[in-house]
Design a protein around this ligand. Structure first.
Ligand code: ADE
Length: 420
């Protein structure tokens, strides 16, 4: 019997099912894994507690884990990213308990995290770290039942490394984000495309000719900057890391401090993983009509309380667009309450890139079941074999073949005697 669930409306299931099927077409690697899992049931007996964005791509991961023999429960990793029809289909068509409603408030969000923990998971699957941090603070008695967990995103990996450093992490975590087949593609091409998609769906502004400010030149920022450049925007990058700043400059972007960029920008997007990257002094310097949004995991990158303080009034001018009128009459616009614009105003990363991220998740769950309690309590990289396997399968699914080393080349690479 299925555990309870909390979703918006079960009647939305038929639409959600179609979306799940549509996404599945673009997820061939995950499909291959699902077919293998269905035969061998490698996850038999595992209980996966997942806190992920409830999207059609995540639905296909949940199906895969269930086919592998695991029991699964899912809550949202962000209050605004849940696709209610997908949640309904997971419950109705796939018998997977989901606790997530688009637009849920903070209390409901954490109540849902606790509902997933109530299923006493043996494996955690987190995106941002809220499930694991709640487990460590509010459900300590469940820690002994956990074998290990996985983490999907940069922010979560940073949190878990901080827990490891402070010696409070109580079970092993595999940093899925750090797999090459994850961050080089999901963070770069996924965030690049889906963030612009979110900005365009929310505003319908023309990007060509706009001054487009990207805060942060990590893999996500790189993706966004490059896609904005491709759309004809004049891109400015802000950074705190000298190396990344040089890279941005040599990639052809203007690099300057936010205090300068604030005066020039038409559109601002934060992708740093840090808090208060756009502050009161920056908002005061901005031009009338400037648009701000965020694509980092948490809604802390734009200092929203400062914006609220500066504003004499505000109103919702369009779905996902809040207009703030400052004391001097200047208008600034904030998209999706400063939450990840790609998931709140659009549909998140396209399925074909999530295919690799979630193939890593599924294979890491299998790795955890195989390793059992042998994994040490620390943050682990994804095993290189899994990363290579995901790359190989993806390439195959794309119909791309590549060269192999000749025996002569292999020998040359192993030798040190050949020189000038
Ligand atoms: N993170 C970014 N895009 C996503 C998607 N489409 N599904 C799940 N998690 C995501």
């Amino acid at each position: 019997m299925m555990a309870g669930c909390d979703i918006k409306d079960r009647k939305l299931a038929p639409g959600g099912r179609l979306r799940i099927e549509w996404a599945e077409r673009q997820m061939p690697v995950l499909r291959l894994i699902r077919e293998r899992f269905a035969k061998g049931k490698p996850l038999k007996g595992a209980r996966v507690g997942a806190c992920l964005h409830v999207t059609s791509e995540t639905a296909n991961l949940m199906r895969t884990l269930k086919e592998g023999g695991a029991s699964v429960a899912l809550c949202a990793s962000n209050p605004l990213s849940t696709q209610d029809d997908v949640a309904a289909s997971l419950v109705e068509d796939y018998g997977i308990p989901v606790f997530a409603v688009h637009g849920e408030d903070k209390k409901t969000y954490y109540d849902h995290v606790l509902k997933v923990l109530d299923t006493k998971p043996s494996i955690t699957m987190d995106d941002g770290g809220d499930l694991v941090s709640t487990l460590h603070s509010e459900r300590k008695e469940l820690l002994k039942g956990i074998v290990a967990g996985t983490e999907e995103t940069t922010t979560g990996v940073i949190r878990f490394r901080a827990m490891e450093r402070d010696k409070v992490l109580k079970f092993p975590i595999i940093a899925v984000n750090d797999a090459l087949t994850k961050h080089l593609f999901d963070n770069r091409y996924g965030t690049g495309q889906s963030s612009l998609d979110g900005i365009l769906r929310a505003t319908n502004v023309l990007l060509a000719g706009k001054n487009f400010v990207v805060a942060g030149y990590g893999w996500c920022g790189r993706g966004v900057a490059n896609r904005a450049k491709g759309a004809g925007a004049s891109v400015i990058v802000t950074e705190i890391d000298p190396l990344k700043a040089i890279e941005a400059a040599m990639d052809g972007f203007r690099v300057m401090p936010m205090a300068h960029a604030a005066r020039e920008g038409d559109i601002f997007i934060t992708a740093t993983g840090n808090k208060h990257v756009i502050r009161s002094e920056h908002m005061t310097a901005m031009k009338d009509g400037a648009i701000m949004c965020n694509t980092g995991h948490f809604n802390v990158e734009i200092e929203i309380p400062a914006l609220q303080k500066l504003a004499a009034s505000h109103r919702t001018i369009r779905k996902e667009v809040e207009e703030y009128v400052l004391g001097d009459g200047k208008k600034l616009f904030l998209l999706s309450e400063g939450r990840l614009v790609n998931l709140a105003a659009a549909e998140g990363h396209p399925a074909s890139v999530m295919d690799m991220s979630f193939a890593n998740q599924a294979l890491c769950a299998e790795h955890i079941v195989k390793a059992g309690k042998a994994l040490e309590t620390r943050v682990h990289p994804v095993p290189g074999k899994i990363d290579e396997e995901v790359a190989r399968l993806k390439l195959e699914s794309m119909g791309i073949s590549i060269d192999r080393l000749t025996p002569e080349q292999e020998k040359y690479l192993r030798s040190w005697t050949d020189g000038t």
